[in-house]
Design a binder for this molecule. Structure first.
Ligand SMILES: O=C(O)COP(=O)(O)O
Ligand SMILES: [Mg+2]
Length: 234
C-alpha cells in the first residue's frame, strides 16, 4: 500500500474524484449500440459488447479509431473527422437508453458528501454528455466539479484534468483519491501523485489486481467504511 493511501485512511482525505464510464456508470451498452450503428452505415459487421468494452476509456476519438481498426480499416484524417462527428451525433441521441448506474455509485457519492468531502468526475468522455448522464441519474447535484475529455486539458492518462479538479476543489493531490476502472485511471493518478482505487467489473482488459492501483474494491459503496468514515470523525 502506498504512503498516500495510508495517509488518507488516516483521515487527511479532502476530495474524491470518480471516473465515469465503467466506474460510476455502465455505459457500454449505449456506446456499443452507437458504434454498431456507425459500423452498419459503412457496411461493417457489429462488434460484440465485450469488444466495445475493451475500446472504451481513452475518449470517443480513440473508440472510433479502434472500432474501424478492428475491421482492418485505417482512417485518413478527413475520414476520421467525419466518422467521429457521426459517432458523436448518434451517441448524443442515445446517452441513457441502456446505461445503468454501477452498484453502490449513488451511495458512495452521498456518503462522500456527508463526510464533508469535495467530489468530482474526471472522465475522457465529453463534458456535456457526462453532465447529461450524471443528471439523468441524479448525481450532478452531488458533484463539485465535472471535467471531461473536451474541457480544455489533455486527456487521461495525462494528469492535467485531475490536477484541475484539485484546484477547483481547493485541495492538494495528496489529499485526494481517484476512483476508476482502467489502466488509464491508474496512470493518471500516478502522474498526479494521487492515490488510486480501482473498482472491479469496469472496462479493463487487464485484471484489476494487475493494474497497479493502491486498492481494489468490488463495489463503490465499500469506499464509505474504508475511507470516508475516518473523515466524518474529524
Ligand atoms: O473513453 C471515454 O470516452 C470515457 O471513459 P472514462 O469515463 O472511463 O474516462
Ligand atoms: Mg473508465
Amino acid at each position: 500500500m502506498s504512503l498516500a493511501v495510508k495517509d488518507i485512511e488516516g483521515s487527511s482525505l479532502r476530495a474524491v474524484f470518480f471516473d465515469l464510464d465503467g466506474t460510476l456508470v455502465d455505459s457500454a451498452p449505449d456506446i456499443a449500440a452507437a458504434v454498431n450503428e456507425l459500423m452498419a452505415g459503412f457496411g461493417l459487421a457489429p462488434h460484440s459488447l465485450e469488444a466495445v468494452r475493451g475500446m472504451i476509456g481513452n475518449g470517443i476519438g480513440a473508440l472510433v479509431e479502434r472500432a474501424f481498426a478492428t475491421h482492418g480499416v485505417a482512417l485518413s484524417r478527413q475520414e476520421f473527422r467525419e466518422r467521429h462527428a457521426t459517432m458523436i451525433d448518434i451517441y448524443a441521441d442515445n446517452l441513457t437508453r441502456l446505461t445503468t448506474l454501477r452498484p453502490g455509485a449513488a451511495q458512495a457519492l452521498s456518503a462522500a458528501r456527508k463526510a464533508g468531502l469535495r467530489t468530482g468526475v474526471v472522465t475522457n468522455k465529453p463534458e456535456g454528455f457526462s453532465r447529461i448522464i450524471l443528471s439523468r441519474f441524479d448525481l450532478l447535484a452531488e458533484l463539485d466539479v465535472v471535467i471531461g475529455g473536451d474541457s480544455g486539458y489533455p486527456k487521461k492518462p495525462s494528469p492535467e484534468m485531475l490536477l484541475a479538479a484539485c484546484r477547483s476543489c481547493g485541495c492538494d493531490a495528496h489529499e485526494a483519491m481517484l476512483v476508476g476502472d482502467s489502466a488509464a485511471d491508474v496512470l493518471t493518478a500516478r502522474a498526479a501523485d494521487m492515490a488510486c482505487t480501482i473498482v472491479r467489473g469496469g472496462y479493463t482488459s487487464v485484471a484489476p489486481e494487475g493494474l497497479g492501483a493502491d486498492v481494489v474494491i468490488d463495489r463503490l459503496d465499500e469506499l464509505e467504511a474504508r475511507f470516508f468514515a475516518a473523515c466524518k470523525a474529524q
